[in-house]
Each structure stands twice: as structure tokens, then as C-alpha cells.
Design a protein around this ligand. Structure first.
Ligand code: ADP
Ligand code: MG
Length: 447
């Protein structure tokens, strides 16, 4: 019966809440009107009791199991909820899609065009995604979406898939991450099913691969991806790709693949601005209001969050979720004070200033040199140039003075730092590779 009850609960509480709160519950005992569940943490149990206790009880009752009390115990065997691996394990609310056999990742029901807030930073990406979803003749292929973490790439891709499935259910739309692509491929190799793999991937009408930077440096996967890509483009099938950076900036990716990826439409999602963040919060708040009836949200709280949490939308959403959960738990109005208390850690890390050391690390990683060499005395050009780049970025991105920067570069004199900064300023006028490097590093650091 718990199985049936769970089915019912999906409808009652919504798929998202179900996956977060109900799915991890393990019914360990059911007798004498008491249903006992194993939960990962005490908080978890409290939360479920408070928010879903009535639902669970009434569903158990209507399934013919009279229950008047729910108990929650932190289970020895129950691990904390881990993110579900797509396509594996228990499959609760997975909507039926026409192509059950396609090895795609499940789509998040919340990621639709309706819930995507459009603003200056993402309007181009949004328009391009809409165009692809509308179907019709393939105008640009692939659509390549890129941008920093949490700016809505995955959301847009899912939105395209939802929309296509609604408009044209006969289309075979396959969405998966590059990591899953690799996983499937390696599995096919191991099981000697490569032909099957090839056929399957070549049989889709729309292929969407998320986070394609993942295949950099993975040679055989790249190769297979390239062939799949070409076969689909030749057959005039639409491809949508996302990555955290532009095609040309993905390291360890073959040039022929880079140029293939560039030959459609490449659009980037820019970091959010205040208006967009506020718009997103306002939209999400409507949802939370319906989930947590009766909670009062004071004026200015959303503005405060939009102003202070600038890193990425996921963090912004997380803050809102936590705020509502917390306020409902303690039964208080959501005020600025409450927000400041409850979100202290997020606010702190959002305020966090970039350190010279972080810059040095990123630069060393980017140029593939050792951090100790970057700071040390070596004069080799292959090290000296990255060092100057790091000096330049330290000057640009932190409020530190030249002598302070000098100290962090192994006690160099401030004139040496100044020389390094000038050198880079001068070179970037003519050296486009250097200019690209700087742009990328800036984005990675400020992301
Ligand atoms: P990415 O794939 O670029 O890392 P996601 O698409 O996973 O980012 O977005 C992170 C979270 O932020 C998701 O919950 C998504 O719904 C939300 N989000 C991002 N941009 C928007 C937007 N413009 N409107 C509404 N929600 C957004
Ligand atoms: Mg993503």
C-alpha cells in the first residue's frame, strides 16, 4: 500500500516536494495505528511531520490502513538523500515520454519556458531556444549555449525538450549530459554494443548534450561524439549543446570539434543583473506562497536578496527555499532580520572578496604551471608570462596595493609588479590569444 500511497502523494504535494521529502522516507513499521518511517536526519522528520504529515496520514487512511500517528526515526541504514542518478534506481514521478527506450536524462518538470524569466543577460539565449523549440526548418545547427554556473543553460535545454514534446510528440528528443553520453558509450564498448549505440544516437530527431566541456581530454568519447554530431547534422537533425565556456575556450578539445561546434549559433548567457535576479525571485515567491500558506513576507526582502546574492541563480533560489522553510519552521514573518540571520553564510560567501591566492591558483592551473613556480624566482618565459598575468589580474580584481601584491608574489618589489601589469596591458592590445585568456580567467574568477 505504501507504494500506492506514494503515487497519490505525488499528485498531492507536487513532484518536486515529493522527490525532496517523500521519496527518501522508508516505511519501517506499520501497526496499531502508528506508521514509523526512517529518515536521514531529525530535521527531515520534523519537516515532513509538519508539512506533509496530514497528507500522509489521510492517504494511508484512504488506502485502507488506519493510521493516527506518524513517527520518524533517524534510520541506521538510511543514508542522507543523495542526488538521483538519471535513469537508474527508483523511478518515481518520471513522466511517461513517448520514447521510453531513449537513454536520456529525466527532464525537470519545473524547467519550462513559462518559468524562465527573461532579462537582458539571457534574452538572446532565450530567443534562440524558443526558435529551436518552435521547430520548422533547422536554421542554425548546432545551437551552442554557454555561460557560467547556474545561469540557466540546463533550464533552457529542458524547456526546449518539454516544448518540443508537447508540440510534436512524434519527435524523438534526446537530452543528456556529456557525462552520460560518455558513460553510455563506455558501457557500449564494454558490452560490445557499439553498433547499437551508434544506431540509437543516430535515430533521434533532436539531440541535446549538456555540459559538453566534460568530454575535453576524453579522446575516444570525443571521437564518437564528433561522428554522432556529424551524422545528425548531415541528416538535418537539430542539435543543442551547452558548455560553461565558448567552444574555442574548451581545453583539450580537438580543433575539428571546436570548429564544428562553432558553425551554428553560439550564444552566451551573461551573468545576471539586478533586475533579472529580482524578476526570478518574484516569480519563485509566487510558488512558495502557494506552498506555505499564511507566511508573511516583509517588503524589501526580495530586493535585499537580489542586491546581495549575485553569484548564481541556484544560490539565489537556495536562499529563498531556506528562508521559507526556516520561517515556516519557527512560525515567523520573513523580515530583513530573519533573512540576515538565516542566510548569514550565503551572504558572507557572496560578499567574499577574491584573494590574490585564488587568482594565482587559477592562473597556474590555466597555464599548466606550478603554483610554486608562479610565485617563485624562475625567469623562464613560460612561467614569467603567466606570472605577469596573475599580477595584472590581482591588480585589476582586488583592492590590494602594488606593494601588497608584491609581497604575495614571493616578496617582489612594487616596481616589478607595476612592470608586469604594464606589460600585460600593452600585450593585450595586439595579442588576441592573451586577450582571450584574460577574458576567460576573469570569468572563471568572478563567475
Ligand atoms: P546551469 O545549467 O547554467 O548551471 P541551471 O539551468 O541549472 O543552470 O539553473 C540553475 C537554477 O536557476 C535552476 O533552478 C533554474 O531554474 C534557475 N534559473 C536560472 N536562470 C533562470 C531564469 N532566467 N529564470 C528562472 N529560473 C532560472
Ligand atoms: Mg547545467
Amino acid at each position: 500500500t505504501w507504494g500506492q500511497v506514494r503515487e497519490e502523494l505525488i499528485k498531492r504535494v507536487g513532484k518536486h516536494n515529493y522527490a525532496t521529502w517523500i521519496e527518501p522516507l522508508k516505511l519501517s513499521q506499520l501497526k496499531n495505528g502508528v506508521a514509523r518511517f526512517e529518515v536521514p536526519t531529525i530535521f527531515f522528520g520534523d519537516w515532513v511531520q509538519r508539512n506533509y504529515g496530514d497528507h500522509i496520514r489521510s492517504q494511508l487512511n484512504s488506502a485502507g490502513t488506519p493510521v493516527d500517528r506518524l513517527e520518524f526515526a533517524v534510520g541506521a541504514g538510511s543514508a542522507p538523500a543523495t542526488p538521483r542518478v538519471a535513469g537508474q534506481g527508483s523511478q518515481p514521478a518520471r513522466p511517461r515520454v513517448p520514447d521510453e527506450e531513449l537513454p536520456g536524462a529525466p527532464l525537470d518538470a519545473r524547467f519550462t519556458f513559462d518559468t524562465f524569466v527573461v532579462g537582458k543577460p539571457n534574452e538572446l539565449a532565450h530567443a534562440a531556444a524558443r526558435r529551436v523549440a518552435e521547430g520548422g526548418p533547422v536554421t542554425f545547427n548546432p545551437l551552442f549555449l554557454y555561460g557560467g554556473v547556474g545561469l540557466g543553460k540546463t533550464h533552457l535545454m529542458h524547456a526546449i525538450a518539454h516544448d518540443l514534446q508537447a508540440r510534436r510528440p512524434e519527435l524523438r528528443v534526446l537530452y543528456l549530459s556529456a557525462e552520460q553520453f560518455m558513460y553510455r558509450f563506455v558501457q557500449a564498448l564494454r558490452d560490445r554494443q557499439v553498433m547499437g549505440f551508434k544506431e540509437l544516437f543516430r535515430s533521434v530527431d533532436v539531440l541535446m548534450v549538456d555540459d559538453v566541456q566534460f568530454i575535453s581530454g576524453k579522446d575516444s568519447t570525443q571521437e564518437e561524439f564528433f561522428h554522432t554530431f556529424n551524422a545528425l547534422v548531415d541528416a538535418n537533425k537539430q542539435i543543442v549543446i551547452s558548455a560553461d565556456r565558448a567552444p574555442g575556450e574548451i581545453k583539450d578539445l580537438e580543433d575539428r570539434i571546436k570548429s564544428r561546434l562553432q558553425c551554428g549559433l553560439v550564444v552566451d548567457l551573461h551573468p545576471t543583473d539586478y533586475e533579472l535576479r529580482l524578476g526570478i525571485l518574484q516569480q519563485k515567491v509566487d510558488y512558495y506562497r502557494s506552498q506555505y500558506r499564511g507566511l508573511v513576507l516583509a517588503d524589501g526582502v526580495l530586493e535585499f536578496l537580489a542586491h546581495r546574492i549575485t553569484t548564481n541563480v541556484r544560490v539565489l533560489e537556495g536562499a529563498l527555499t531556506r528562508l521559507f522553510a526556516f520561517a515556516s519552521l519557527v512560525g515567523r514573518e520573513i523580515t530583513l532580520d530573519l533573512a540576515q540571520d538565516c542566510l548569514a553564510d550565503i551572504l558572507r560567501s557572496s560578499d567574499r572578496k577574491l584573494t590574490i591566492e585564488e587568482i594565482q591558483r587559477k592562473v597556474a592551473e590555466h597555464y599548466n604551471v606550478r603554483l610554486s613556480d608562479l610565485i617563485g624566482p624562475k625567469r623562464l618565459r613560460t612561467i614569467a608570462r603567466p606570472r605577469q598575468v596573475a599580477m595584472y589580474l590581482a591588480k585589476q580584481l582586488t583592492p590590494r596595493s602594488l606593494p601588497e601584491i608584491g609581497r604575495r608574489f614571493g616578496g617582489r618589489d612594487h616596481t616589478t609588479i607595476m612592470h608586469g601589469v604594464r606589460k600585460i596591458e600593452e600585450l593585450m592590445q595586439t595579442d588576441s590569444q592573451l586577450a582571450d585568456d584574460l577574458q576567460l580567467l576573469r570569468r572563471l574568477l568572478q563567475g
